[in-house]
Design a protein around this ligand. Structure first.
Ligand code: SF4
Length: 339
């Protein structure tokens, strides 16, 4: 029998007696959004999912872990194009200038096609079921792969539009001319310390040109797969790209004492692509201070995070498309039996 002490397993899953010390507690904008959307979703993603990499762990924890690692298609597309551009640039900018365009094309397009193939293979063979870090998109969870041909078409059209736009854009040709030493390819995920809180963010493509740091974020446009959208009813939160730009500005000022960076958003979709400047979100320090403080206040003095301290949202609109809907239902069943 896989779970000899069923009650004990559930109890530990639901109460988390392990400590969550302040120096291990961190803030990110995705955590902030989840926390504002629904306390229970935050509990599932931040605490219940811990340990879910072990396939023998309790199914409730495994379910939380799987849902945490399953991306909506639009986010998968965003990350794939962002990483594809970085992969192409890594190959290109070490070469002489006249070979770079071709090297970028082969590096970027090979990355995109490999990732699309990997996604299809993982979905078809259920790889994500045994290893939740293998690619999967929420629209095709639980073997519902009937939508995949439509998603594949959207991915290919989006890849083509993004690639064509980059190849035509003077700003991208300026980037292709930069020396490899101008890029910071290792800065995919940056941690800064704000007051006592570690803060995590992903600045996208980072490079230095002239006297200025630059960041370029990619974003799949809202025309991509609208039925797979996250619910968007968080209260008064700034635009995610503006938050990232503000965090990057904090990072550049504190670490490098440089002028504010130039932040741009490369938005792409099946119908085309364009680039625009991002204005850093105002009030970022207050957002972090208040958000991290409120999240951490729910950790008990003994360092435990308790299921009962993180209630469900009462707004059904927030449940539409919730990534933790299955785990939430399992928790309801558990609470009916045990609370
Ligand atoms: S389904 Fe609704 S109540 Fe449950 S975790 Fe998601 S948002 Fe919260």
């Amino acid at each position: 029998m896989p779970f000899p002490d069923f009650e004990k397993e559930l109890l530990s899953a639901a109460q988390f007696d392990g400590s969550v010390p302040a120096d291990r507690f961190s803030w990110s904008f995705s955590r902030e959004r989840l926390f504002r959307r629904c306390r229970r979703a935050f509990f599932i993603g931040s605490f219940l999912s811990q340990g879910g990499w072990d396939p023998l762990v309790h199914p409730l924890i495994r379910s939380a872990y799987m849902e945490k690692h399953t991306l909506p298609f639009r986010l998968w597309l965003t990350r794939t194009v962002q990483s594809g551009i970085a992969a192409g640039l890594k190959k290109a900018v070490v070469l002489p200038p006249d070979s770079r365009r071709k090297a970028f094309s082969s590096g970027c397009l090979r990355f995109l096609s490999k990732n699309l193939f990997d996604l299809e293979f993982s979905l078809e063979h259920g790889e994500y079921l045994s290893d939740p870090k293998r690619p999967c998109v929420r629209e095709c969870l639980d073997g519902q792969t009937a939508r995949f041909p439509e998603l594949r078409r959207q991915a290919l059209d989006s890849f083509s539009a993004a690639y064509a736009a980059l190849m035509k854009a003077p700003w991208f040709h300026d980037i292709l001319r930069l020396d490899v030493m101008h890029f910071r390819f290792d800065d995919e995920l940056i941690s800064i310390l704000f007051e006592q809180w570690p803060v995590w963010f992903s600045p996208g493509l980072v490079f230095f040109s002239g006297k200025q740091f630059n960041m370029i974020l990619c974003s799949a446009s809202e025309t991509v797969c609208p039925s797979g959208e996250e619910p968007g009813t968080e209260d008064d939160l700034p635009d995610p790209a503006g938050v990232t730009a503000a965090l990057f500005e904090m990072h550049i000022r504190s670490k490098w004492q440089r002028e504010p960076p130039l932040a741009r958003l490369f938005r792409f979709g099946p119908d085309g692509a364009d680039v625009e400047e991002i204005r850093p979100a105002p009030g970022i320090r207050t957002l972090i201070r208040n958000g991290a403080g409120e999240m951490f206040s729910l950790i008990r003095p003994d360092g435990s995070a308790r299921f009962g301290d993180f209630p469900k949202t009462t707004d059904p609109i927030r449940c539409a498309g919730c990534q933790y809907a299955d785990t939430c239902r399992l928790l309801d069943q558990w609470a009916d039996r045990h609370c």
